[in-house]
Design a protein around this ligand. Structure first.
Ligand code: ADP
Ligand code: MG
Length: 609
């Protein structure tokens, strides 16, 4: 068996089970001629040959059905005459049909018949049919961790029976029970490989900081979600194994306070926090200054000249942008590495900081914060590499009305905007494109800018890429009325007066992005509005979006619709690596696989003892 596995480049038998046939060849003798046209094998006696310019017509007789058969060969070659010798009895495979008479066109003459044979993709030098047949047997499968109930649904894939073949032709793929078994195997192997990858590193520091005093000094009580998160982080940081946790909570769920609590839990060891933009880093710095006790020395490190003069040595808690990666200060005495809005960073950037903070094979504790929840299946798939915390509540109940708007609704949108501005509220309009484009129906940021500037005061504009973007945002926050922007605005700065967001071409965006954008408004309990402006009528995805504000439901929806392909948001984690398993619908199979994996592991442990 080992040798065969090597030939197949498989590590174990279950991997072999995933080398599925791409189809089946049916050489069973046809039992009747009731359902024509029908494909199969018949026994025929050859009676006559007749040449026409382009065909060879062969007269034959089917003894089992006591009926004549006409065989047609197009563009016959010489050998065809000898392939169908007169008076011989042959087994012919192909499609039998009846128009005026029973006929077969270009049938194959076969020697072996009476079976259904799997057809595989060709692999050089490997006979997949033989190898899979000899390996995938009940006896062998019983030796694998595959739960027994799946075995009868895997076997016929490689040893097809007639009922199986009928189902296969009916479904045009493997029947549901076999598919389910394949999904199980696929996700089981995936989890198993992750588990092998997982390595527990020793933590650089065991942290046992005190946080209760700080919590009771806050001007507000923490939400249950914040408390749970802090408790889990407390356990993480006090462990001798380096932890890695992703904390997900909607915009406004109060993640900053959780970050600050983590700093205190790590204290007197040092912490570092990376944020995706200067403005966000500055905002986090201000909040840290405002809330943290004065003995915690907080430093802000941006890419500017001032920051270059500072040294990590003088601080207990460092906040900065990607510029942090490019400094050569030592991170030796940093116990905790955090990133806010982690989905905005590439994996590379995050790992880099983590590596800088590692020392002699020991690692810092890692906390990542994100406003984009991942669906439960995704969390469970990754759970061996990273732990997850969901903050499900927000301190303020957000009252946001979400509405789809079409072209004819523009006048009422204008009226709404005027009314909001009169109440000193602010409005953001998000455009899908910066520059005008011929192939694109929607107004671009540049085109829109002219209109709004002409009719309104206090209009600010940023494409998210410009150098003075932070300055624009800063000024808008203080004295602006309307901000025109692209989706890059999504980064979590706080705009307490923002009541309305208009998203142009909303159907082009991923639901996670829409949710992020919507999360900008109503941060402090202000009545909020999110308008999805679209030319796409009856868009079910957008309709579903208006019906929920729950970030977790949205993550599930996103996964469901992602299959259809999001235009602007393609490269986030998705279940692409699976052929059978579908993260948007197969939670139960995943749970089962996880359970079986745990059992397998425990059984192995017992074996060793
Ligand atoms: P996000 O999760 O989006 O990062 P923030 O941490 O910025 O949210 O919090 C949003 C606002 O809510 C801030 O003004 C913060 O001070 C406030 N806040 C946080 N936690 C609470 C709480 N438990 N009760 C009341 N307000 C809170
Ligand atoms: Mg935040």
């Amino acid at each position: 068996m080992e040798k065969d596995l090597v030939k197949l480049k498989c590590k174990n038998l279950l991997e072999v089970a995933l080398i599925t046939p791409k189809g089946y060849e049916n050489s069973l003798l046809l039992q009747n001629l009731d359902n024509l046209p029908s494909t199969g094998v018949v026994q025929a006696k050859i009676l006559s040959h007749h040449r026409t310019p382009k065909t060879l017509q062969i007269g034959a007789f089917l003894p089992s059905f006591n009926t004549p058969l006409k065989i047609t060969i197009f563009y016959p070659k010489k050998y065809h005459t000898s392939l169908f010798p007169i008076d011989s009895t042959l087994y012919l495979q192909g499609k039998i049909q009846k128009q005026f008479e029973l006929e077969m066109i270009q049938p194959k003459v076969i020697k072996h018949f009476g079976e259904i044979t799997p057809i595989f993709e060709k692999r050089k030098g490997v006979n997949l049919l033989e190898l899979t047949r000899s390996l995938i047997t009940e006896q062998n499968l019983l030796q694998t961790p595959l739960p027994r109930e799946y075995i009868p649904h895997i076997l016929p894939i490689f040893h097809p029976t007639l009922p199986f073949y009928r189902q296969y032709t009916y479904y045009k793929t493997f029947p549901p029970s076999s598919l389910k078994s394949l999904k199980f195997i696929e996700v089981f192997l995936y989890l198993q490989s992750l588990q092998k990858k997982k390595r527990n590193f020793e933590a650089k520091c065991i942290c046992q900081g005190e946080v209760e005093g700080f919590i009771s000094s806050l001007p507000f009580p923490l939400t249950q979600g914040q408390r749970n998160a802090i408790e889990q982080i407390r356990k993480d940081l006090s462990s001798s194994i380096a932890s890695r946790r992703l904390i997900m909570g909607d915009v406004g769920s109060g993640k900053t306070i959780v970050i600050l609590c983590s700093v205190l839990l790590a204290y007197p060891h040092k912490s570092i926090l990376m944020a995706p933009t200067t403005i966000l880093a500055t905002q986090l710095y201000e909040e840290a200054q405002k809330f943290l006790p004065s003995f915690v020395r907080v430093g802000l490190f941006l890419g500017d000249r001032e920051s270059k003069k500072q040294s990590y040595q003088d601080f207990d808690f460092i906040i900065g942008t990607q510029a942090l990666i490019h400094r050569d200060d030592s991170l030796d005495d940093f116990a905790l590495v955090m990133s806010d809005e982690q989905h905005r960073f590439g994996t590379q950037q995050r790992f880099f900081l983590e590596k800088l903070a590692s020392k002699e094979g020991k690692k810092p504790h890692i906390l990542q914060f994100s406003a984009t929840p991942i669906p439960r299946t995704m969390a469970m798939l990754q759970s061996d590499l990273i732990s997850h915390t969901f903050i499900k509540d927000t301190p303020f109940v957000k009252d946001i009305t979400t509405q789809i708007l079409y072209k004819q609704d523009f006048p009422s949108l204008l009226a709404h905007i005027k009314k909001e501005l009169e109440q000193d509220h602010q409005v953001i309009i998000v455009y899908p494109l910066v520059e005008e484009s011929e192939s694109f129906a929607y107004t671009s940021l540049k085109e829109g800018e002219g209109y709004w500037r002409k009719h309104f005061e206090g209009v600010y504009c940023t494409n998210g890429g410009d150098k003075d973007k932070d300055k624009v945002l800063q000024e808008f926050r203080e004295k602006g009325k309307i901000l025109l922007a692209t989706t890059l605005i999504e980064v979590g700065i706080s705009l307490p007066r923002l009541s309305t967001i208009v998203i142009v071409g909303a159907e082009r965006m991923g639901l996670a992005t829409l949710h992020q954008l919507r999360g900008r408004v109503s941060r402090n309990g202000l009545k909020g509005y999110c308008f999805l402006f679209t030319y796409s009528h009856n868009n079910q995805r957008l309709k579903d979006f208006t019906q929920t504000k729950n970030g977790f439901e949205i993550a599930e929806l996103d996964l469901k619709y992602r299959k259809g392909g999001d235009l602007l948001e393609g490269e986030r984690q998705s279940g692409d690596e699976f052929r059978f398993f579908d993260p948007s619908s197969d939670l139960e199979i995943l749970e089962n696989a996880k359970e079986v994996l745990t059992q397998t592991k425990n059984a192995q442990k017992q074996d060793i003892m």
